[in-house]
Design a protein around this ligand. Structure first.
Ligand SMILES: Nc1nc2c(c(=O)[nH]1)N[C@H]1C(S)=C(S)[C@@H](COP(=O)(O)OP(=O)(O)OC[C@H]3O[C@@H](n4cnc5c(N)ncnc54)[C@H](O)[C@@H]3O)O[C@H]1N2
Ligand code: MOO
Length: 415
């Protein structure tokens, strides 16, 4: 019988993905300063301090419906008939007088409960007879009312430091009277493409042996979508001097640098060579497909992710390694993407020894189908997909309906 063996060439110290992630997590710390800005402008920013409720939500007991309010003590089972006070309580227009026991008041949604009112009956369940309201009891004490602070109590923690603010969070903070928040300054993410064959933009002509830069727009857009400040470091040819100059630029104006290309050990792999000779380099051979020649280093103290040039590998390495690392650098802590266990709609025999990520999407039955080619230069598969299937480091025999872990692009924060 044929041995399963390992998928990886021998003679190399292959680092498992989880080990690489653990080392990365241990080596990095937040690098951004802080600033205080208006809550209304703080979407996608990361809290640098806990937010404490300035007052309760709701601040006062109020009505949850349009109806009639009264004191519960005066009513019982059966038909009720309560005289109406000559007035009305509305949101923003509280009724300033007590409602006598045995009377009721017209009350609208959001209105503060006047003194003497602890229960509200829904308008649709009542009839009006002259100056009285009629309905059937019993009515539960406190029904259709909201207690002061039932959502959030004054002085209680609303959101913790490290939380990345989303639209609903702006609603919460505003409701609690928090007009300004102290947040981390946006992480500046420098992006550099390398390679003699690369033409910086499809606006420019390309000879047959040249290709337009696909990685830089992808990586800049990833950084922006994650809420960071993209810094375009342009494109450098395969020359030590050119790459060195761009890395120096990056170290001046970015907090972290993503490069693509030149990451493996070939004659023209200037990124890994430079980082080896100058920076502090961890050139791990990661037990990963695609993306095994990932370079992690520091250049003038600035972390550098030397991503592989193949666009599929560049994206996978960004999602798997750069995303949690950038989140940590930016002050939001380490992130682990949320995956879903779904049945496979494909067959594959996977050898032991490396983690694999396949371009995938869910079909109409909710099963994961994968792109027909695993080629790392097949950029079209990245667009075809809506996510990745993560296959474990160990050997796996996947057939129709085997459970696999599917991680949608949205779980990686792709917008
Ligand atoms: N002898 C070996 N050769 C290779 C190995 C290996 O282990 N031993 N690994 C292969 C794997 S896996 C990958 S991935 C690539 C990664 O190599 P580099 O990071 O050094 O990347 P390049 O050689 O510069 O480019 C690879 C490929 O990607 C294209 N590319 C580069 N930049 C861009 C860009 N910005 N936009 C679009 N396409 C880009 C480039 O033209 C190449 O085709 O190495 C294998 N070789
Ligand atoms: O890491 Mo390379 O993964 O196959 O393109």
């Amino acid at each position: 019988m044929k041995s399963e063996g390992s998928a990886m060439p021998p003679g190399v110290d292959w680092v498992p993905v989880d080990t690489a992630l653990d080392r990365l997590r241990g080596a990095l710390h937040p690098v951004t300063g802080t600033e205080t800005i208006a809550t209304a402008r703080a979407a996608a920013r990361i809290l640098a301090q806990d937010c404490i409720a300035r007052r309760s939500n709701p601040p006062q007991p109020n009505s949850a419906v349009d109806g009639y309010g009264f004191g519960h003590a005066a009513i019982s089972e059966g038909s009720q008939r309560l005289p109406l006070v000559d007035g009305r309580a509305a949101a923003g227009q509280p009724w300033p007088h007590p409602v006598p026991e045995g009377s009721a008041i017209r009350i609208l949604t959001g209105a503060t409960l006047p003194d003497g009112v602890d229960t509200v009956v829904l308008e649709e369940n009542t009839t009006i007879d002259g100056a009285a309201v009629m309905f059937d009891g019993p009515v539960r004490h406190g029904s259709n009312t909201r207690k002061a602070g039932e959502d959030v109590a004054e002085g209680s923690p609303a959101l913790p430091a490290g939380h990345k603010l989303r639209a609903p969070d702006l609603a919460l903070l505003s409701a609690l009277g928090i007009s300004h928040v102290t947040v981390h300054r946006p992480l500046r993410v420098g992006v550099l493409s390398t390679g003699d064959e690369i033409i910086a933009s499809p606006d420019l002509p390309a000879l047959p042996h040249q290709i337009w830069d696909a990685n830089r727009p992808m990586l800049l857009s990833l950084a922006a979508g994650w809420g960071y400040e993209p810094v375009d470091l342009g494109h450098a040819p395969d020359s030590d001097d050119a790459v060195r100059e761009r890395l120096n630029d990056g170290a001046r104006c970015a907090d972290v640098i993503l490069t693509s290309g030149g990451a493996s050990a070939g004659d023209e792999d200037h990124v890994s060579a430079l980082l080896k000779s100058h920076g502090t380099l961890s050139s791990w051979r990661i037990a990963l497909k695609p993306g095994r020649p990932l370079v992690l280093a520091k250049w003038e103290g600035v972390p550098v992710f030397g991503l592989p040039g193949n666009p599929v590998a560049a994206l996978v390495c960004s999602l798997v390694f750069a995303r949690p690392a950038l989140s940590l650098l930016a002050g939001a802590g380490w992130t682990v993407p949320r995956g879903f266990t779904v049945p496979a709609a494909f067959t594959k025999r996977k050898k032991a020894g490396r983690r694999e990520y396949l371009r995938a999407r869910l079909n109409a039955e909710g099963r994961a189908e994968v792109f027909p080619s695993e080629g790392s230069g097949r950029i079209s598969g990245l667009s075809w997909a809506d996510g990745l299937v993560e296959l474990p480091d160990e050997a796996a025999e996947i057939g129709p309906d085997t459970s696999v872990r599917y991680i949608p692009y949205t779980s990686f924060g792709l917008v």
